[in-house]
Design a protein. Structure first.
Lengths: 374, 462
């Protein structure tokens, strides 16, 4: 006999359950995104369903502005807010190591900036102790400030830990919310949904809501700049690693070399995107999402923006006396970004991707419900 | 002075305002509600019934004018005006391009409403998304909008509109469109209209209002008293059976109980009173509000068993759930022995057939009155469920009589600058009964006519 553990819903999960029972009897929002068609395949909403649907929600705001039951209606339906409150809770619940899950609640703007500042200061002081903080003789060679081995030795474990922590988290999520066997078509669709940010298109291609009930593609576009900018920066690092270890070509590279071009394009994209997202975050309608999470959002966006800005400054100032200082600051910021990566806003990407994969699989199956026409 | 004054803030008013504005008139729209409650009943709507002679974007197959007209004729029992009905039907075949221009987006039928895939175009995001889009478009076009501006009376001069009063404030305009809704939220008026029944009850006291609390009919009453030509019966309305626990106002779509055809419905005496399986639910849902209004206490209970679960739209509130019929009766507060006797009689009368909820199947009762003509299966599989039902009024049909010009009439003479649209005149087309999406078709067609005529009226008198 199989024992099914009864897990009671948290306050936020219970709110999602309450709201979805209203939504399931209404269904007007079915065309906006995947959450509502996924909802209509269910009559009851258990803990796992709620976790899945909360992570499927992109917090676009369309269903709030279109809702006949939104506040001040006595039903007080606010789907994006209820989903956001559960979402951050799922990140914490599935976090590895579990004790660090609490960081999601504390990972705000101040903490991010403090970590970045402290690490930068530490590196600046370390360089200063060597007396090489303000030198013209470096010739753009980072490794004369920080030897290659030291940089690799610092960043590899931090990056590897971030990957491991997020992988364990999303693995636990998938164990709770099993997506089922993956077909090639479902995997391709989920990938496309992630890469295109399909569900920020509002269902009509005109985008989502930001400050009011007007639709705009701004968030989708700024997010693309951010995401692809980040990927280009990452690609720059990968290519440089290949150059270093594969071909024995040592940095610094020419301005027109592949790592430099990728890094510059990525840095510019990341700056534009994160600045745009920060603006949208600051001007967002007060009822959108969970206001308590805005510090976490801003902490992550600020680190992305700072990483891009310091990276570009470093590129511009590579042949000046400021090289060592700029490098120390940039490395400090990047280090802070990766240290906080698994316990901050970045997590939304991996959990959302897992939820989208589940949706791509689920929607290919025939619904068990045979609802008659009403 | 503004050219065209629009009184009201729902679909018909917004269509009138947009039409007047696009004809070049300056427009002021007065919405009685505050901004967050704007739009009258329109935020609760979801689709538009559309004529089409070939598949159109979100609409499959065809829905020709004649079929639409026959549907309307059937539900109204002939209490309609063929000329105006056909005008609405024809307008519904072309209005969506215009709606799209002002930001309304469409989608195919929602899950659970697939029977309308051919006849009804659904608004993406529902009626509130439509209302938001129209208000945005009006703002872009430079119309003025005032919220919390209920008009309580007009100044008329021999059938001509002069000014409207919001409290003591007098607002003049060259022409005016009345689109301020029916009187469904005016409890006193409903009480007076429905009167007292033989048992001494005031049935309307037990009605719930599915839509806005702002449709109090103040302007409609003013116009009737001012001698405008009136059409319709004040007890006629779009009324459906809704969950008795629904809020008094604005319960909207989600309070509907769609389990009726899958079980039986009993009144306060634990007796059945109507054929639950007479026809498909979409063709019958609109009569059940009235049926329940005629029962003692204006209440009834939809009773189903486990076999029905998953076959109807999930209700917003959980039903009473019991392991046995006597227990269910106790939970519902019904006489236990009478309830069980009714169920036993019904169960015994169910003829064996092959159940199919998607066709008018052969599962029917024999030897009981009223019969259940289709989908009659014994209610014998626990758990059993019960949902208390009340009449839910969507909108009333008493209104101002119009012709194709949407002009308000006094003794048969059309006003030169006063027009009417929406629920305030829908009774011309809908004398009784209802079919999904036709209210929005009427509001859109006559809203646009009223707005355009109002804009034209200014030029004629310039």
């Amino acid at each position: 006999m199989q024992v099914i553990p009864i897990r009671t819903l948290t306050q936020y999960e219970a709110e999602v359950g309450r709201v979805l029972q209203i939504c399931n009897a209404c269904r007007y929002c079915e065309g906006f995104c995947a959450v509502f068609p996924a909802m209509t395949r269910r009559l009851e909403f258990g803990k796992a369903d709620i976790h899945y649907l909360a992570n499927l929600c992109h917090n676009c705001g369309a269903c709030l502005h279109a809702c006949q039951y939104a506040p001040p209606h006595e039903f007080g339906v606010n789907v994006p807010q209820a989903m956001a409150q559960v979402r951050v809770q799922t990140y914490a619940d599935y976090a590895w190591p579990a004790a660090l899950g609490a960081l999601y609640r504390r990972n705000g703007l101040t903490l991010s900036l403090a970590v970045a500042g402290a690490l930068a200061l530490f590196l600046v002081l370390a360089v200063a102790r060597n007396g090489s903080l303000w030198e013209l003789e470096l010739g753009g060679d980072f490794y004369r400030v920080f030897p290659h081995g030291l940089m690799a030795g610092l960043f590899t474990p931090v990056f590897a830990f971030a990957v491991l922590a997020l992988s364990v988290g999303v693995y636990r999520f998938c164990k709770d919310v099993p997506p089922g066997p993956v077909s090639a078509a479902a995997a391709a669709e989920a990938t496309a949904d992630v890469l295109r940010l399909k569900y920020l298109d509002g269902g009509h291609g005109e985008g989502c809501n930001e400050a009011d009930d007007r639709f705009t593609l701004a968030r989708r576009r700024w997010h693309h700049f951010t995401f692809y900018g980040f990927l280009l920066c990452f690609a720059a690092t990968c290519v440089a690693t290949l150059y270093h270890y594969g071909f024995g070509w040592r940095a610094p590279y020419e301005l027109l070399s592949l790592p430099k071009l990728l890094g510059i394009a990525g840095g510019i994209g990341l700056m534009i995107g994160s600045a745009g997202l920060l603006y949208l975050n600051l001007t967002r309608h007060p009822l959108h999402g969970d206001a308590a999470q805005r510090p976490m959002d801003r902490g992550f966006i600020a680190l992305l923006l700072l990483a891009a800005a310091t990276g570009l400054l470093l590129m511009l100032g590579r042949n000046t006396q400021a090289l060592a200082l700029l490098l120390a600051v940039h490395l400090g910021v990047v280090m802070a970004l990766f240290v906080t990566l698994p316990y901050g806003k970045f997590a939304h990407g991996v959990y959302r991707a897992a939820a989208l994969l589940k949706w791509a699989i689920e929607r290919r199956r025939t619904s068990k419900l045979g609802l008659a026409d009403d | 002075m503004v050219d065209v004054l629009i009184i009201g803030g729902g679909n018909a008013a917004l269509c009138a305002a947009l039409a007047a504005r696009e004809a070049g008139a300056s427009v002021l729209l007065l919405e009685a509600a505050p901004r967050e409650w704007r739009g009258g009943n329109s935020p609760h709507t979801r689709n538009l019934r559309c004529m089409h002679d070939a598949p159109q974007d979100v609409l499959v197959d065809t829905y020709p004018e004649e079929e639409y007209w026959q549907d309307l004729l059937k539900v109204t029992g002939g209490q309609t005006n063929e000329k105006l009905a056909r005008l609405v039907i024809r307008a519904s075949s072309t209005c969506r391009t215009w709606m799209h221009k002002y930001g309304v987006r469409f989608q195919p039928s929602l899950s659970g409403a697939l029977h309308t895939a051919r006849t009804n175009a659904f608004f993406l995001g529902g009626g509130k998304a439509l209302v938001n889009a129209y208000y945005r478009s009006l703002t872009t076009l430079g119309a003025s909008i005032r919220y919390e501006a209920p008009v309580d009376r007009l100044e008329l001069d021999n059938g001509r509109f002069k000014a409207a009063f919001v409290g003591n404030q007098r607002i003049e305009a060259r022409a005016c469109v009345l689109a301020a809704g029916g009187f469904e939220s005016n409890r006193d008026w409903l009480r007076e209209a429905w009167g007292r029944n033989e048992s001494g009850e005031w049935p309307a006291d037990n009605f719930l209002i599915r839509g806005t609390r702002f449709n109090t009919g103040v302007l409609l009453r003013f116009m009737i008293d001012a001698g405008a030509d009136v059409i319709g019966d004040p007890t006629q309305a779009h009324m459906v059976a809704i969950d008795a626990r629904a809020p008094l106002y604005d319960g909207g779509i989600c309070t509907r109980i769609d389990a009726v055809t899958l079980g039986i419905v009993v009144n306060r005496n634990a007796e059945r009173f109507y054929d639950e399986g007479e026809d498909f639910w979409p063709k019958r849902y609109a009569i059940w509000g009235r049926l329940i209004a005629q029962q003692p206490g204006q209440i009834a209970w939809s009773i189903i068993d486990a076999k029905a679960i998953g076959r109807f739209m999930p209700p917003v509130f959980a039903g009473a759930k019991a392991g046995s019929l006597p227990e269910l009766a106790r939970q519902l507060g019904l006489d236990e022995s009478r309830f069980v006797a009714t169920l036993q009689r019904y169960n015994a009368a169910c003829q064996v057939g092959s159940f199919d909820h998607t066709t008018l199947d052969d599962c029917r009762t024999q030897g009981i009155t009223p019969a259940k003509s289709h989908w009659a299966r014994p209610i014998d599989t626990p758990p059993f469920y019960g949902y208390a039902l009340r009449p839910g009024v969507t909108f009333t049909y008493l209104g101002l009589e119009v012709d194709e010009d949407a002009a308000v009439r006094f003794g048969g003479k059309a006003s030169a600058n006063l027009f009417v649209a929406g629920e305030m005149m829908a009774g011309n087309v809908l004398g009784r009964g209802y079919t999904a999406g036709v209210g929005m078709s009427i509001g859109t067609a006559f809203g646009r006519i009223a707005g355009a005529r109002a804009a034209a009226a200014i030029k004629e008198h310039a």
